[in-house]
Design a protein around this ligand. Structure first.
Ligand SMILES: O=C(CO)COP(=O)(O)O
Length: 253
């Protein structure tokens, strides 16, 4: 595995935690021994907590991510957040195209692509989320769906731009259900995506969907799984620290 594919654990907090709760989490987490020589860690709090999180994480090796970004630099876009507003808070990563945004906020492939493009232009690392529904999974078309989403997200990108991105494969039926995909099946989909898009050869591909401290090592020990995009299990410092340790062990296995 290349150095570019160091294991990465990104905690997607979704609509959880106030500023005070975010500060308490970071103080607790950063007081723990963390395997940050071997694993990259990123926290993605809600927008309202990003500035405080950026201040609390200054000088730490734990990275800061956002859960969304606008496709535009600025303008009459009520409720949106521009990339420069994120970088000003110390944000270096951004989740783009999460299935919750696609399903509940009408986010289309074309927008996902525009967001990835503007994120890169601002030095943000896009974490582009893709994944199939339960129906698509049952119909045996998971790979078709995910391949289409990945191709659309990076349409027109040069290979070296794609290489600066992260893909998160999150089967929708596994999100928040406690029913994770099997590491072998997830690895097969992720390996197929990697083979399909040359720019992803040395990029990180994460698995997401009911990742927990007790299953992360099994995922990361697979050849095409470079870490996890984690919701529920990223919300407690002890659990997040255990995810990092599990990822370290899985990569070493
Ligand atoms: O959607 C997810 C991360 O983006 C996964 O959520 P859970 O880890 O809670 O299943």
């Amino acid at each position: 595995m290349s150095a570019a594919r160091r294991p990465l654990i990104a905690g997607n907090w979704k609509m959880h935690k106030t500023i005070a709760q975010t500060q308490a989490f970071i103080a607790d987490l950063c007081a723990r021994p963390l395997p940050l020589d071997d694993v990259d860690a990123v926290l993605c709090p809600p927008f309202t907590a990003l500035a405080a999180a950026g201040a609390a994480l200054a000088g730490s090796r734990v990275g800061l991510g956002a859960q969304n970004v606008s496709w535009a630099e600025q303008g009459a876009l009520t409720g949106e957040i521009a990339p420069a507003m994120l970088t000003e808070c110390g944000v270096r990563w951004v989740v783009i195209g999460h299935s919750e945004r696609r399903a509940m906020f009408g986010e289309l492939d074309e927008r996902v692509k525009e967001k990835a493009r503007i994120a890169l232009a601002h030095g943000l690392t896009p974490i582009v989320a893709v994944g199939e529904t339960a129906e698509e999974h049952a119909a045996g078309i998971a790979l078709d769906k995910v391949r289409r989403q990945v191709r659309a997200a990076f349409d027109g990108f040069a290979d070296d731009e794609i290489a600066r991105c992260v893909v998160a494969y999150e089967p929708i039926w596994a999100i928040g259900t406690g029913k994770a995909d099997s590491p072998e099946e997830a690895n097969a989909v992720m390996g197929a995506i990697r083979a399909d898009v040359p720019g992803l050869r040395d990029a990180r591909i994460l698995y997401g969907g009911s990742v927990k401290p007790d299953n992360i090592a099994a995922f990361v020990s697979q050849p095409h799984i470079d870490g996890g995009l984690v919701g529920g299990a990223s919300l407690e410092p002890a659990s997040f620290a255990a995810l990092l340790e599990g990822a370290r062990k899985g990569a070493a296995a």
